[in-house]
Design a protein around this ligand. Structure first.
Ligand code: HEC
Length: 103
């Protein structure tokens, strides 16, 4: 099963895929987000926002805005550090994953 998951993640690099695969790829890519945003997108530390069940388009745009500097102030700098090396495809996968979770 793990191998299948890895192959799906790899195939994302070169092929356009179904939304289901985006969600799975997003789940894998969310490993670095768990510390602050919780294992299922629900936080235990109230200074961080919950992400589970949020609209995918909103999440994708928020991530892109942190990267491009469109979101500043507050704790935006914290987020910028985590998204500066990610691509638009990563944002779309992460957004699909968090949107798929139950709030
Ligand atoms: C060190 C803690 C930390 C980590 C790790 C982290 N975040 Fe965040 N995240 C924050 C904080 C703090 C905010 C609020 C920033 C602000 O004030 O705009 C935030 C905001 C967000 C928002 C905007 C939420 C909203 O409602 O507007 C999204 C989306 C998000 N994070 C996704 C992610 C993703 C995806 C990852 C992993 C790639 C990640 N974060 C990693 C702390 C973190």
């Amino acid at each position: 099963m793990k191998l299948v998951v890895s192959l799906v993640a790899l195939s994302l690099c070169s092929f356009s895929v179904l939304a289901k695969n985006d969600i799975e790829a997003g789940r894998i890519k969310s490993a670095s987000c768990v510390a602050c945003h919780g294992a299922e997108g629900k936080v235990s530390v109230p200074m961080y926002p919950n992400l589970a069940g949020q609209n995918a388009m909103y999440l994708e745009q928020a991530l892109a805005a942190y990267k491009k500097g469109g979101r500043t102030g507050g704790q935006a700098e914290v987020m910028r550090a985590y998204v500066s090396n990610l691509s638009d495809e990563d944002f779309s996968d992460l957004a699909a994953y968090y949107a798929s979770l139950k709030p």
